[in-house]
Write a new protein. Structure first.
Length: 88
């Protein structure tokens, strides 16, 4: 697992933890974030997650038990598209 991916997932989960009224299991959040790499094109998760950190908007998030779910920022749609179009 790339250390950069762990770092950016940690950053994203730390932001999600600040959403008002939500309870977040940070360790589970980080695991869920980094394990998503298994299902998408190689090398695409870190740039997408970095974009989500940079564009984070707590008002787009909702609480779901011990998870926080946030809408994909519009500025990150191109990065999201790259996760499913491997090698063209």
């Amino acid at each position: 697992m790339a250390p950069e991916l762990v770092d950016v997932c940690t950053d994203l989960c730390a932001q999600m933890e600040t959403v008002d009224g939500c309870s977040l299991d940070v360790d589970a959040c980080i695991d869920t974030c980094r394990l998503r790499e298994c299902d998408i094109c190689p090398g695409t998760l870190e740039p997408l997650t970095r974009c989500r950190v940079d564009e984070f908007d707590p008002t787009s998030c909702t609480c779901a038990g011990d998870k926080v779910e946030c809408e994909l920022p519009a500025a990150c749609e191109d990065e999201e598209a790259k996760t499913s179009t491997c090698g063209g």
